[in-house]
Write a protein that binds this ligand. Structure first.
Ligand SMILES: Cc1ncc(COP(=O)(O)O)c(C=O)c1O
Length: 442
C-alpha cells in the first residue's frame, strides 16, 4: 500500500530547501535522537494538504485507511480518540439526538459532554467486578430507547480497559429498530479488524467509532481514526468541520506520517500473521497458568490478570514484573493489564512467562468486588463542572456535589460524575482505588 504522506515528507527533506515556514526549528534540532524527527516535522506547505480540508496526500492516505477498515470514511486525528469522541458527540448534538451511554466511559466522553452541554442517560452493567468493566444487557439500551421515543444514540466502550467486549452486533440491531445511531469507543480495538473473527465495531454494525492507533497499533502517541460506516450518515465536510471545532490548526505531520505508514503495515500479510501468532502465544500462556492465575475474558491482546481472584495484589504483581523489566499498562489491587500487539515478540512473551512462574505473592489478596456507584444526580454535568470548585479529602466529601472527575489516567473511568451527590458508596470505591482527594462544587 502506498504511503503518500511519508513519501512527501521524505522527498521534501531530501531536497534540503530553505525553510521559510513553520516550524521554527527549520528542520534542525539539538538532541541527536530528535534530529530525524525535526527534519520530517513540517507544516501545511504546498503539496502537504491540510487535515480538515484534505484533498491531497492526506485524503489519499485516509482513503487507504478507509479501504483497510471497510468504512465509508476514515478520518485521522492527531489528538487521540479524545478528538474523535468530541466529534462523534458534536455530530449527534447537531442532529438533536439524546445520548444513552454505558456508564464505564472514559473521562474524554465526560469532558466532551461538558464542552457540548450534553445530558446523558446512563445504563449500568448487569454485573461487574470492577469499575472499569462490566456486562451490559442490550435490552437495557432498548428499554431506554423505547422510553425516550425521540432521536437518540447509544454510546458504548468496547473493548473496555480490561479488554472486555460488548455485544456490538445486538446493539446495532437495536439501533436499527429504533433509528438510533451506535457510537463505539473502540480506543482499545483498532487491531480487531484484522483478526479472523472480524469483531471490529464497524464490521459488527456500529455507525461511528474511534480507534486509537497508538494504543494497539504502531501509530505514534496521539494518533487515532474516526470511522464512519455509512456514507449517508454524515458528509465528509461535516465530519471534518466538527473535528476542526476542537482540534489544533497545526496537526503534527510526524503523527500523520505514522498513520500513513500504519496503512502499509496493516495491509501486509505479515501483520496478520504476527497478530495471530501473538494471540496464540498469549492464549498458550493462559493455558500454562490456568491453575495459578485467573484471566479476564475478552480481547486476546489485553492480557489481563484478575489478580485478586488469583490470590494476589495486582500492584505487588506489577511491581514484581517491573523488577524483571516488564512494565504493565495498568495495575490496581484487583487487576494487572498487560497490553500486547502484533509488535510484541516471542522473547518478550517468554520473559513474561518466566516472571509469572517466579512470582511468589507476599501480600494478602484484596478480594473486594467494586461496582460503579449510582449516586443521586443533583445538577447537570456542565453546570457542576463549570461551577466554582474546591479540592477536599474524599473522606470529608459525603453529601457534597462532585464537580470534576479526579481519576488518574489510566484508567480514567470516573467513579462519581460531575453533578452527582457523593455518598458513602462513592467514598468506599474511591478508597478502594486509592483516590484520596475529590473536586467538589463550592
Ligand atoms: C476507553 C478509552 N477511551 C478513550 C481514550 C482516549 O484515547 P486517546 O488517548 O487516544 O485520546 C482512552 C485512553 O486511554 C481510553 O482508554
Amino acid at each position: 500500500m502506498k504511503t503518500p504522506i511519508y513519501d512527501f515528507l521524505l522527498q521534501y527533506t531530501e531536497k534540503k530547501p530553505v525553510r521559510m515556514h513553520m516550524p521554527g526549528h527549520k528542520g534542525r534540532f539539538g538532541p541527536p535522537l530528535l534530529q530525524t524527527a525535526a527534519e520530517l516535522d513540517l507544516t501545511e506547505i504546498p503539496g502537504a494538504d491540510s487535515l480538515f480540508e484534505a484533498d491531497g496526500i492526506i485524503a489519499e492516505s485516509e482513503k487507504n485507511a478507509a479501504a483497510l477498515y471497510g468504512t465509508a470514511y476514515t478520518f485521522y486525528s492527531c489528538a487521540g480518540s479524545t478528538l474523535c469522541i468530541q466529534t462523534m458527540l458534536l455530530l449527534m448534538k447537531q442532529e438533536g439526538r439524546a445520548v444513552i451511554a454505558a456508564r464505564n466511559v472514559h473521562r474524554a466522553f465526560l469532558n466532551a459532554c461538558v464542552l457540548l452541554d450534553l445530558p446523558v442517560q446512563w445504563v449500568y452493567p448487569r454485573s461487574s467486578d470492577s469499575i472499569l468493566s462490566g456486562v451490559y444487557a442490550p435490552e437495557d439500551f432498548a428499554a431506554a430507547l423505547e422510553q425516550l421515543r425521540r432521536p437518540a444514540c447509544i454510546y458504548i466502550t468496547s473493548p473496555d480497559y480490561l479488554g472486555h467486549k460488548a455485544d456490538i452486533g445486538a446493539l446495532a440491531e437495536i439501533c436499527q429498530k429504533y433509528h438510533a445511531k451506535l457510537l463505539v469507543d473502540n480506543a482499545h480495538g483498532a487491531h480487531l479488524a484484522f483478526l479472523p473473527e472480524h469483531e471490529h465495531p464497524i464490521q459488527l454494525g456500529a455507525d461511528y467509532c474511534c480507534d486509537s492507533a497508538h494504543k494497539m497499533l504502531s501509530g505514534f502517541t496521539g494518533t487515532a481514526y474516526l470511522h464512519v460506516r455509512n456514507e449517508l450518515d454524515a458528509a465528509p465536510e461535516r465530519v471534518q468541520g466538527a473535528m476542526a471545532m476542537f482540534a489544533s490548526t497545526s496537526p503534527s505531520y510526524i503523527q500523520l506520517a505514522s498513520l500513513d505508514w500504519c496503512n502499509r503495515e496493516l495491509a501486509s500479510p505479515l501483520f496478520r500473521e504476527q497478530l495471530l501468532s501473538v494471540a496464540d502465544q498469549l492464549q498458550e500462556l493462559k493455558c500454562i497458568f490456568s491453575d495459578r492465575y485467573r484471566f479476564a475474558d475478552g480481547d486476546p491482546f489485553h492480557f489481563t490478570i484478575a489478580a485478586a481472584e488469583s490470590g494476589c495484589d495486582g500492584r505487588e504483581l506489577s511491581q514484581f514484573l517491573e523488577k524483571r523489566g516488564i512494565v504493565a499498562e495498568y495495575a490496581d489491587p484487583y487487576h494487572v493489564v498487560l497490553l500486547c500487539s502484533a509488535a510484541t515478540d516471542r522473547e518478550e512473551i517468554q520473559a513474561l512467562e518466566q516472571a509469572l512462574a517466579d512470582f511468589v505473592p507476599e501480600k494478602q489478596a484484596v478480594p473486594v468486588r467494586f461496582q460503579l456507584p449510582r449516586p443521586e444526580t443533583v445538577c447537570g454535568i456542565r453546570e457542576a463542572a463549570l461551577a466554582p470548585q474546591e479540592i477536599i479529602p474524599v473522606e470529608a466529601s459525603s453529601g457534597r456535589i462532585c464537580a470534576a472527575v479526579k481519576v488518574s489516567c489510566p484508567p480514567a473511568v470516573p467513579i462519581v460524575l460531575s453533578g452527582e451527590r457523593i455518598d458513602s458508596a462513592c467514598i468506599a470505591v474511591c478508597r478502594g482505588y486509592g483516590i484520596s482527594e475529590i473536586c467538589v462544587v463550592q
